[in-house]
Structure formats: structure tokens, C-alpha cells
Write a protein that binds this ligand. Structure first.
Ligand code: NDP
Length: 295
């Protein structure tokens, strides 16, 4: 039997429409226009596409959008200076520094310099720590989008076995922490995990955030499980063209899972929609106005 396909594009469009409505109300009721600044250093083609999409989405939601493009050889001091300027700019409520940064720039130092209140990526250690202990925090966009789709599909996640493959600070760890917050029994797997297929087969919820094309095979998936594929991998085809695939072998997993996100069209669009929602949340918290119920 074929799984239900979780349509991240449609889900994201609905969320973006809700965010746009909230922005209109914030402007009318409080004279507040949320603003997002995106900093892009270097000429990585994938990052350029992400940043362009983020800016278009920000403007479409009625928010202020500022894009700062820096050369590949930009110095750390120059990036820090820009972050400081954005921290002090009252019209900017969200700051996103697109990763990866060029090798001469220390990513950790740049993330650490972002005002935690404007850290809409949720990567600052203050936000990571607050989220881990259950306090209000800016939560990373990709895991937030995954949780929203899971709750929409499954309702209450309490007691479900969740396996997260990948333990990065930007996806795997916050994903596991959010699932724990939803009362799942969580296993985090990584490159040193023994018998990964068996661990994956124990999952009611299987989240793949690895960065290895189609690594997770159909027979690693428990029948009826909900599979969230975060991976985005570009592979070369025999025709000379390229194609995006996830970390899950979709054609196999779709025959076993109860529901699955496709790549593209699954997690990716939700990441951008959650970035907009985080920017509205940040703007409200900074301005001291009630936060709209967006999520
Ligand atoms: P990282 O490279 O930072 O982390 C990858 C993780 O996968 C690591 O924890 C690593 O383990 C683990 N891993 C690697 N190989 C294996 C293996 N053979 N078996 C088990 N675990 C393994 O990647 P990210 O978390 O940043 O991203 C993961 C994927 O998600 C990428 O494809 C990325 O493009 C995509 N992504 C998509 C987003 C979206 O919006 N759709 C947003 C962000 C990322 P170890 O720690 O032991 O090295």
C-alpha cells in the first residue's frame, strides 16, 4: 500500500497566509512591521537560491526584507560589524546569517554575536539552552516545521517511538529535543550507531537528517510509520542533468510508510514558512505586544 504524501508546499502556503494576515494586523493594531535581515557571504549557488526564496517570501508576507551580500573573502571583523549594526537596528527583528560561511569566518563566533532576541534561526546557545529546558525560545525553523507536519498528521505524539537520524546542532539535536517535548520516546542515531536499520525499524516517527542520498531503504521503515525526510541532496543523472533527492529512498519507503514527506516539496518549504513565523514572534517579543497564535 502506498503512503500518504505529506504535502509540505501546501502546508507552507497555508502557514505563510496565516503569517501574512498576522503581519497586516500587527501593522494596523500596533504600527509594527516585522523586519528580517539575511546575510549571505560568498557565492555558494544553493545558498543564493535559499536566500532569494527567503527574501521573496518575506516580502510576500508584507514584512521588511533586507538582504546583505558579502564577498567570498569578507573578513570576520566585517561580518561581526554587520551583525552589530543589525542588532542595533530597531526596524530589524530577525537576523539570519546563511550558513555555511567562508572558511576564514568563525561561524560559532558570528552566531554568538547575534542578539538572541533576533536569532530567528534559533542557533544561539541562549536559545538552544532555553529550548532544552522548556523555556520560551526561538526554535530552529526546520525542526519546527517537521513537528507541525507531524502533529497535523498524527495529532498527539505522546508515547510514540521517534528515531532521529543525524545529530547536528541545526537539525538533529533540536528535532530530538522538540520530539521529547511532545512526549515521544526519542532515539538519536548518527554515524557511529550500530545496526541503524534495526533502530530505524523501531520508529513510529522516523526523521532523516543525514545528507546522504537515499541512504534509508524501504526495509528500514516500520510499516505504517510516519517518515520525515529532511535531507536535500543533488545527484547526477545518466542524462547529465541533476535531481534533488532526500536521505530516504522514496520509491521504496512510500510502499511501506503510513505517511512520508517528499523531496523536494516536503520539509524545505516549511522551513521558510517557519522562518517568517519566527520573525513575527521575535518582532512581538521585542515590541512587547501580544504574540499572535500562528502555529
Ligand atoms: P550535518 O552534516 O551537519 O549532520 C549530518 C548528521 O548525519 C551527523 O550527525 C552525522 O553523524 C549523521 N550521519 C552521517 N552519515 C551517517 C551514516 N552513514 N549513518 C548515520 N548517521 C550518519 O547535516 P545537517 O544536519 O546540517 O543536514 C542534514 C541534511 O538535511 C542535509 O541533506 C541538509 O542539506 C538537509 N537540510 C535540509 C533543510 C531543509 O530545510 N529541508 C535544512 C537544513 C538541512 P555524526 O554526527 O556522527 O557525524
Amino acid at each position: 500500500m502506498s503512503a500518504n504524501i505529506i504535502d509540505g508546499r501546501e502546508f507552507a502556503l497555508k502557514l505563510r497566509a496565516r503569517v501574512a494576515k498576522q503581519v497586516t494586523e500587527l501593522k494596523a493594531d500596533h504600527g509594527l512591521m516585522p523586519g528580517l535581515a539575511v546575510v549571505l557571504a560568498g557565492d555558494d549557488p544553493a545558498s543564493q537560491v535559499y536566500v532569494r526564496n527567503k527574501n521573496v517570501a518575506t516580502r510576500e508576507a508584507g514584512m521588511k526584507s533586507e538582504e546583505i551580500r558579502l564577498a567570498d573573502d569578507v573578513s570576520q571583523a566585517d561580518v561581526l560589524e554587520i551583525v552589530e549594526r543589525l542588532n542595533a537596528d530597531p526596524s530589524i527583528h530577525g537576523i539570519l546569517v546563511q550558513l555555511p560561511l567562508p572558511s576564514q569566518v568563525d561561524e560559532a563566533a558570528i552566531i554568538d554575536a547575534i542578539d538572541p532576541a533576533k536569532d530567528v534561526d534559533g542557533f544561539h546557545v541562549i536559545n538552544t539552552g532555553r529550548q532544552a529546558v522548556g523555556l520560551d525560545a526561538m526554535v530552529p525553523c526546520t525542526p519546527t516545521g517537521c513537528i507541525m507536519m507531524l502533529k497535523d498528521r498524527l495529532g498527539d505524539l505522546s508515547g510514540l517511538n521517534a528515531v532521529v537520524v543525524g545529530r547536528s546542532n541545526i537539525v538533529g539535536k533540536p528535532m530530538a529535543s522538540l520530539l521529547l517535548g511532545e512526549n515521544c520516546t526519542v532515539t538519536i542515531a548518527h554515524s557511529r550507531t550500530k545496526d541503524l536499520p534495526a533502530i530505524c525499524r523501531s520508529a513510529d516517527i522516523l526523521v532523516a537528517a543525514v545528507g546522504r542520498p537515499e541512504m534509508i531503504k524501504g526495509d528500514w521503515v516500520k510499516p505504517g510509520a510516519t517518515v520525515i525526510d529532511v535531507g536535500v541532496n543533488r545527484i547526477a543523472l545518466d542524462t547529465g542533468k541533476t535531481r534533488l533527492v532526500g536521505d530516504v529512498c522514496f520509491s521504496e519507503a512510500v510502499e511501506v510508510a503510513g505517511a512520508i514527506t517528499p523531496v523536494p516539496g516536503g520539509v524545505g518549504p516549511m522551513t521558510i514558512a517557519c522562518l517568517l513565523a519566527n520573525t513575527v514572534t521575535a518582532a512581538c517579543r521585542i515590541a512587547g505586544v501580544p504574540e499572535p497564535e500562528i502555529k
